[in-house]
Design a protein around this ligand. Structure first.
Ligand code: COA
Length: 158
């Protein structure tokens, strides 16, 4: 499979209903946009229904103002047997200025499932460019670190 379904971009305005108590965009709204963009990207690639299994490495670098133009870029950075790992970058701009800057990034992982909710295989994405190989390496390393840390947490809870 080529890279044609590898990435998607969503663009919209931050709405007054997205505001938190400080008058800026609520972190939960940003997480919802990330989940939606990641979902669209995962389903578009796999042509199957997908569910979120992980969202992490989430950094809020700058606040988003109500009325800002928001761009959510989602692109596949790794595929496993049933999982699709997606890098998300959120950029925003005052629509009068059209000057975008990064406000948030993160990794989100989806798993394709069948009609019984059981995980099923996904098409392989192969990185070709140097940057993509580096991103895939990052996705694999960060997954392995998480698995190790999860094991440690479980042993603390026993
Ligand atoms: C998705 C689900 C069916 C997977 O069940 P499962 O097949 O028994 O799970 P596994 O442990 O075998 O993991 C499946 C894949 O997810 C990956 N995965 C699971 N947790 C992960 C994590 N924290 N980070 C990265 N990858 C993860 C596994 O590595 C595996 O990938 P691979 O098949 O590409 O090697 C099950 O976890 C589920 O239903 N989760 C709830 C999903 C949900 O409700 N999401 C919120 C609403 S959409």
């Amino acid at each position: 499979m080529d890279n044609k379904n590898r990435a998607i971009t969503m663009r919209f305005l931050a709405q007054p209903t997205d505001a938190n108590f400080g008058g800026k965009v609520h972190g939960g709204s940003v997480m919802k946009w990330i989940d939606e963009a990641g979902y669209a990207c995962a389903v578009n690639w796999s042509e199957k229904y997908c569910v979120t299994v992980f969202m992490g490495d989430l950094k809020f670098k700058a606040p988003i103002s109500i009325g800002d133009l928001v761009e959510v870029n989602a692109k596949i950075i790794h595929t496993g047997k049933t999982s699709i790992h997606i890098g998300i970058e959120v950029q925003t701009s005052d629509p009068r200025k059209n000057k975008f800057s990064k406000t948030t990034d993160c990794i989100i992982v989806f798993v394709a499932v069948d009609e019984n909710g059981k995980s099923i295989g996904v098409p392989k994405w192969e990185p070709k460019e140097k940057e993509d190989k580096c991103l895939e390496d990052y996705a694999i390393k960060s997954m392995n670190i998480r698995k190790e840390m999860e094991g440690q947490l479980q042993s603390c809870l026993l």
